[in-house]
Write a protein that binds this ligand. Sequence first.
Ligand code: ADP
Length: 293
Amino acid sequence: MSDLRDATLVSPAEPGQTESLNVHIVLERVSKIYEAGARPTVALQDTSLRIGRGEFVSIVGPSGCGKSTLMKMIAGLHLPSSGRITVGGRLVAGPVTDIGIVFQAPVLLEWRTILDNVLVQIELRGLPKNAYRDRALQLLDSVGLRDFADRYPDELSGGMRQRAAIVRALIHEPPLLLMDEPFGALDALTREQMRLDLEDLWLSKPMTVVFVTHSVDEAILLSDRVVVMSPRPGQVERIIDIDIPRPRGLEARRHPVFEEATQLVTDIFLNRGILQSGGFSGKNASLIQGPAR
Ligand code: ADP
């Protein structure tokens, strides 16, 4: 493995530069200031980042450092105050439709079956529902939900509901999946299983994934690269290559790269005062251990 401590920041894209086909997302000196309230909030400052097509990239950082803001800007739900973002070579100037999004709380329509919840994505896009039925069932099968296609959301566990939400995000075969703390509300065991299953899914269906998490473990175990953000106003503090062979089973936690990367992120958080030496019992404990349950 290359020396993680020498991992370099990704250089900002030059304005007007032609992107290689392998670059999927480019942020060029992006800042976001929310004007709401008495005082403006600088959520993100001068952030540059490139994400390759088919890459799995996680973003970690303290609460309020702008991770969700960054995701919303990639999705075109919020626009940058300055700088520019391109997805697939196109400037993001409004909602990007060719993506899947998964949030922490799987918003399922309680009066619809799981299959119909998945197909709602197709209806909203004005696509022929019947043409996607088989694919929906196939995807539900791949996440262990085939037998629950005709059940209603309140008959499913939290993990199952989130799996359904992931299938709904993937039904229209988007080349880009944005996941904002998707496993944050799940118990530790379910979370670990979801991590393994998500990797399987990603390995079987090539797509770019941008994954926001509070869990450093999860970020390292899932990603090709981990982007570590500084406290607000958020900036890219470090990008760490995670050179662990895939699929990464349970044993990946024992891989030396896992230990080294965990130590590196911990050191960054200690240096930045996000963690205090002497224990992880403070308010930032979730950064290393995942949120309290
Ligand atoms: P994170 O996801 O890292 O916790 P967010 O992107 O949610 O951070 O928020 C970054 C900062 O921007 C926070 O201080 C938050 O309060 C503020 N913020 C986020 N969304 C809005 C909004 N819509 N209006 C005003 N302030 C916001």
